[in-house]
Design a protein around this ligand. Structure first.
Ligand code: ZN
Length: 252
């Protein structure tokens, strides 16, 4: 039988789990505010309706549950059979009746949470492989889920905002995106981010000369995170020379 509290006693992991659970509650709240017929409307993800977002977030919980089961049992169970299988599952999932879609969202989230609660510290450290092929400890599933639930809650496009995000989440998203930009093999000019409500600059203050001029983008940290993760920045952000904010380099 599943315990009611987390088995791990690691304070850092427990804090991470709390952030993921707050994100799940935020996503569920935004979803519950939508009537069934409103699910057919477009989301902020290009080419996806809200239905696609809900199906994807539910199926993501199932995929991460497979990774936690892998960590717990040692039996390899990948997130998805393939990228194509993942995409096909989302397309099919999005066509379900609204009631089934809501059930998927709620049930998959509960199942993942139960798996997390029951993982031992040893299992949290077990190596698993993400859909992108990265080998990570099972504890990484918590951040992977955190990112999904908070950002896709905004993608539902019914009032969710990065400005609702806890500061620690905004900072973690910015750090991840900047890190991903730096890791790009094509040497993109990494934008310099100037959060007006933080005391640090993010990005690369001195880009390599051959990378072209790096834009400097200024605004609230939450708005910068929104722009950097590809959810737009018009009207909220300015560059240092006052020109329109360019699209960000690709992140994922
Ligand atoms: Zn996603």
């Amino acid at each position: 039988m599943a315990g009611r509290t987390d088995r791990t006693t690691d304070p850092h992991l427990r804090a991470s789990l709390l952030l993921a659970r707050r994100g799940q509650a935020y996503f569920s709240r935004k979803l519950n505010e939508l009537r069934n017929d409103e699910l057919d409307a477009p989301s902020l993800v290009p080419g996806w309706t809200r239905r696609h977002v809900v199906a994807h977030v539910g199926l993501n919980a199932r995929a991460l549950t497979r990774l936690t089961e892998w960590a717990a049992t040692g039996v390899e169970t990948p997130m998805y059979a393939s990228r194509e299988a993942r995409d096909a599952e989302i397309e099919l999932g999005a066509t379900q009746p609204a009631r089934a879609l809501r059930h998927l969202s709620a049930h998959a989230a509960v199942h993942l949470n139960v798996e997390w609660r029951d993982l031992t510290d040893d299992a949290w450290g077990a190596q698993v492989r993400t859909g992108h092929g990265r080998v990570v400890p099972a504890s990484e599933t918590v951040w992977m889920r955190t990112r999904e639930v908070w950002v896709h809650a905004v993608d539902l496009d019914n009032g969710g905002s990065y400005r609702d995000f806890p500061a620690e989440l905004v900072d973690a998203l910015l750090a991840e995106v900047v890190c991903a930009w730096h890791a790009r093999p094509d040497g993109v000019a990494v934008p310099v981010l100037e959060p007006t409500d933080r005391s640090v600059l993010l990005g690369h203050p001195a880009p390599p000369a051959d990378a072209g001029p790096a834009p400097r983008v200024r605004g609230r940290a939450a708005d910068l995170a929104r722009w950097a993760t590809g959810r737009g920045g018009a009207g909220l952000l300015t560059t240092s020379d006052g020109s329109p904010v360019p699209p960000p380099p690709r992140w994922l």
